[in-house]
Design a binder for this molecule. Structure first.
Ligand code: DSN
Length: 414
């Protein structure tokens, strides 16, 4: 029996979601379109298997094939990021980060991460996250120019004396200088943990410097710029740290690994290792630079005045409207993005004065600079006349027409 016959409610909603993904322009910087082959692996019999433990060290029988699958995923992950050890079991980026902390810290230890409101991540010590409850968290941020000032980070690190420095961001448009972070970590005797969830696909495509050999430990998601299945990974070159990380993930915080997702991670890594990947990663950055150029030419302020990576962060500190208003207006015009705080923020985190826009998903659909120029101008049109709902409706139709020329999936279920 098909899903359609067995559960029409879920089937119909899945079809609606396919239609939404097809008609709208997806510009949330952390979202992407994975490969049909990755989805095929996620929807297979591997979901039936319990495999607590690690390859050749399982607590269940019948693991001979899932062992081979996990070993392949590990091998490809290590090759991709040129590192010695990889754990491919984390169910998400947040659980990967939780595993890193559990492996390398004791409750109450000090961590120094990037402030969430400056572009960091909840799991980098935010007080509402377990990373900010179990550990004593301190923060660095960006300057008013939107960039990390590494001298300032060093000053803070010297005062805080953290056991771990966390680098990596969710809304930072500039290159992260891992070598500089390592110098700072060494100077204060801290471990350096790089969370490359946002930029991993660019690192894999050599469009962003690698965190290795600088970071002691590196985590990532596999579904953002990497375009694999939703999940997490942890990597290191240090065998002792690798052992601690493995124990922290299982049995520390997870039980049976999601073997179907681990297989899908391996499929994703195969794509990331292909020559096609470099072209994709390069185009993601070219598209973001084009978007930045158009928006700035149309008079909009971008945090750090441009981008080096896959995203741009618009600032509306000089405008009457908020990030929330912009998010809603663009949503009405068929563009999905997200409101974001900006340096010097004057509004609440629910309202904000910024908007984060990313190019990974549009690039996956085949958009190039020509299309990004058009999309950038449509964004500027909407925001220049933000109360004009007729204009938003018209642009929505125009963009739907554009989107229909870049179909990425023929069906919703693989
Ligand atoms: N939710 C992700 C993002 O949007 O950046 C981070 O986990």
């Amino acid at each position: 029996m098909s899903l359609e016959q067995f559960d029409k409610e879920i089937y119909d909603l899945t079809q609606k979601e396919l239609q939404r993904q097809s008609d709208h322009l997806e510009m949330i910087a952390s979202e992407n379109f994975t490969l049909p082959e990755v989805m095929e692996a996620m929807g297979c019999v591997l979901t039936n298997k319990y495999a607590e433990g690690y390859p050749a060290k399982r607590y269940y029988g019948g693991c001979e094939f899932v062992d081979e699958i996990e070993n392949l995923a590990i091998k490809r992950c290590k090759e991709l990021f040129a590192c010695n050890f990889a754990n491919v079991q984390p169910n998400s980026g947040s659980q990967a980060n939780q595993g890193v902390y559990m492996a390398l810290l004791n409750p109450g230890d000090k961590i120094l991460g990037m402030d969430l409101s400056h572009g960091g991540h909840l799991t980098h010590g935010a007080k509402v996250s377990s990373s900010g409850k179990i550990y004593e968290s301190f923060f660095y941020g960006v300057e008013l120019d939107g960039r990390i000032n590494y001298d300032r980070v060093l000053d803070i690190a010297k005062i805080v004396r953290p056991k771990m420095i966390v680098c990596g961001a969710s809304a930072y448009a500039r290159v992260i200088d891992f070598a500089k972070f390592r110098e700072i970590a060494d100077e204060v005797g801290a471990l350096l943990f790089a969370d490359i969830a946002h930029i991993a696909g660019l690192v894999a495509g050599k469009e962003h410097p690698s965190p290795f050999p600088h970071a002691h430990v590196v985590s990532s998601t596999t579904h953002k710029t990497l375009r694999g299945p939703r999940g997490g990974i942890i990597m290191t070159n240090d065998e002792e740290l690798a052992k601690k990380i493995n124990s922290a993930i299982f049995p520390g915080i997870q039980g049976g690994p999601l073997m179907h997702v681990i297989a899908a991670k391996a499929v994703g890594f195969k794509f990331n290792l292909s020559s096609e990947w470099k072209i994709y990663a390069n185009q993601v950055v070219k598209n973001a630079k084009k978007l930045a150029e158009v928006l700035m030419n149309r008079g909009f302020k971008l945090v750090s005045d441009g981008t080096d990576n896959h995203l741009v962060l618009m600032s509306f500190l000089d405008r009457e409207f908020s990030g929330k208003d912009a998010d809603l207006a663009l949503g009405n015009a068929g563009i999905t993005a997200n409101k974001n705080t900006v340096p010097g923020e004057t509004r609440s985190a629910f309202v904000t004065s910024g908007l984060r826009l990313g190019t990974p998903a549009l690039t996956a659909r085949g958009f190039k600079e020509k299309e990004l120029e058009l999309v950038g101008n449509k964004i500027a049109d909407v925001l220049s006349d933000i109360g004009n709902t007729n204009l938003q409706a018209r642009i929505k139709e125009e963009l739907k027409e554009l989107a229909s020329k870049f179909i990425i999936y023929e069906k919703a279920i693989f």
